[in-house]
Design a protein around this ligand. Structure first.
Ligand code: 4YB
Length: 465
């Protein structure tokens, strides 16, 4: 196994380009020499609080520079980081923490919740490193990322620095991210898409910008790169229409996590933003396939360091970017018995390009016909008035189940718009695939996290008559 660095990546860059700007947050900028020194100082603080090799530090917090320091310092002392979504409900957080059995926890000083069962760790004021003996071992477990399939308990996916650097290296063979460029930490560090930004930064020795959520839009105007889920890009483009909006420096945007409408990338490209469309998953350290956006709705071809094949329509993956395993009962279990990891995503090739059809477990049957909700959603998303669309099954005495659409539109979903959508779909999908009803997306389910949870949408749908 070739290793990308002979030492900690930040130390590598501190030697190679000590005074180059590496990390910006608020008004402050750190050079690589400063980043490297600071990581050692915070690592010393962790050692003094008793953090040891292989121990697990859970972080329940939105993105901040403190969380970034913690991750780097944890890795520096040979410990492991796991991020939890601070917007999860208290019972969900309790359950996740309980099953992780973490050794330490970190959350912001002023927090609505306290977690008394766990030893709280802090970022002690920087101190002279004395006791940090661990050496760079790129294949040891470094990060855990929770990922929930459409049902069930989230799984904790374990990655090493090596697998995540392999992911970064492969993507950056295709996408430019130069020393002078800066990538905004635009997605959460408790999700693989946020962590992947950190590893690309470390791999390339370029710039990283961390912004508090309130400064997000301002920060987007100053960076060259960002990773966005499609709804974030949609909001960004809408805000650009405002007369008071600042012009963007953004050169490249990496999109992923959900269906990327061609209309969206077209609009962004017209605004001067180069869009990259990606398909990825936590187990593969984010992006697996990618392409520069074009007129087709596919997700491009397979990046270096990953392999992908189709079996009975299902996407199987493997390669150097694959995780070490799932973490359960303080043990790491392999993700698959087989050589390939089965994604539960359905895909097909169109020439060299992969297209995603949807998730196997989203499929349902209506009057004996298979319905893949994503197929119907794609048509709805192509309607200019539709911002988000989800199709879910509702029980039906005659058909077993029938499709219902939950929609977020540019304007309120009144009877007039419902009728228009109905007519629009009449021309595009066969009878049994046409939604029998259109419902407005509830506010609390549409925004917020990385992804709209189909499970929560289905629970909400159950409460509707
Ligand atoms: C898709 C999909 C697609 C994933 N079409 N379904 O760094 C990145 O790659 C990145 C950049 C911007 C935004 C997100 C990312 C990601 O990491 C996305 C990775 C991700 O979403 N991982 S996940 O484990 O939370 O979910 C994986 C699932 O998401 C896949 O199995 C698919 O079902 C779905 N998905 N990209 C359609 N382009």
């Amino acid at each position: 196994v070739t290793s990308y660095f002979a030492t900690w990546p930040w130390q590598h860059w501190a030697t190679k380009r000590p005074s180059t700007a590496a990390l910006s947050f608020g008004e402050q900028t750190f050079s690589w020499a400063e980043v490297s020194a600071r990581v050692d100082e915070y690592a010393q603080g962790l050692v003094e609080q008793g953090v040891k090799r292989d121990q697990l530090i859970a972080v329940v917090a939105p993105n901040s520079v403190q969380v970034l320091w913690l991750i780097l310092a944890a890795i520096r002392v040979g410990a492991r980081y796991v991020g939890l979504n601070p917007r999860s409900s208290r019972p969900e957080l309790d359950q996740q923490l309980d099953s992780l059995q973490c050794d330490f926890i970190w959350y912001p000083a002023k927090n609505e919740h306290a977690f008394e069962h766990y030893a709280r760790v802090s970022l002690l004021p920087p101190q002279q490193p004395r006791l940090v003996p661990v050496t760079w071992q790129p294949t040891r477990p470094a990060t855990l990322t929770l990922t929930s399939g459409s049902t069930g308990q989230p799984k904790a996916v374990v990655h090493s620095a090596q697998s995540q650097l392999a992911s970064a290296a492969g993507l950056l063979e295709w996408m430019d991210y130069g020393e002078q460029d800066s990538w905004l930490l635009s997605l959460p560090l408790f999700h693989i898409s946020g962590l992947a930004i950190v590893w690309r930064w470390l791999y390339r020795g370029a710039g990283l910008v961390v912004a508090e959520p309130a400064q997000f839009e301002t920060a987007l105007a100053t960076v060259t790169h960002a990773s966005l889920v499609p709804t974030q890009l949609q909001r960004l483009l809408a805000s650009q229409d405002r007369p008071d909006s600042t012009s963007l420096a953004l050169k490249q945007v990496l999109l992923g996590g959900a269906v990327i409408p061609v209309s969206l990338t077209k609009q962004a490209e017209a605004a001067g933003i180069n869009c990259w469309c990606g398909y990825g998953l936590t187990e593969m350290g984010s992006t697996v396939t990618a392409k520069r956006a074009d007129a087709s709705g596919g997700v491009g071809s397979v990046l270096p360091n990953r392999d992908l094949t189709l079996k009975d329509g299902e996407i199987l993956v493997r390669g150097k970017t694959q995780c070490i395993g799932y973490y359960r009962n303080k043990t790491i279990f392999p993700v698959a018995d087989a050589e390939w990891f089965a994604t539960k995503d359905l895909g097909h090739w169109s020439g060299e390009e992969l297209h995603i059809l949807g998730r196997i477990d989203n499929m349902f049957i209506s009057g004996g016909e298979n319905i893949q909700p994503e197929m119907i959603e794609k048509e709805l998303l192509a309607h200019p008035g539709v911002k988000q669309a989800f199709v879910l099954p509702v029980d039906d005495s005659e058909y077993g189940q029938r499709p219902v659409a939950v929609v977020e539109a540019e304007t309120p979903l009144d009877n007039n718009l419902k009728q228009k959508l109905h007519e629009y779909m009449q021309e595009r999908v066969t009878t049994f695939r046409r939604p029998v009803e259109y419902l407005e997306m509830p506010d609390n389910l549409g925004a917020g996290g990385i992804k709209v949870s189909r499970k929560r949408l289905a629970e909400w749908l159950d409460t509707q008559e």
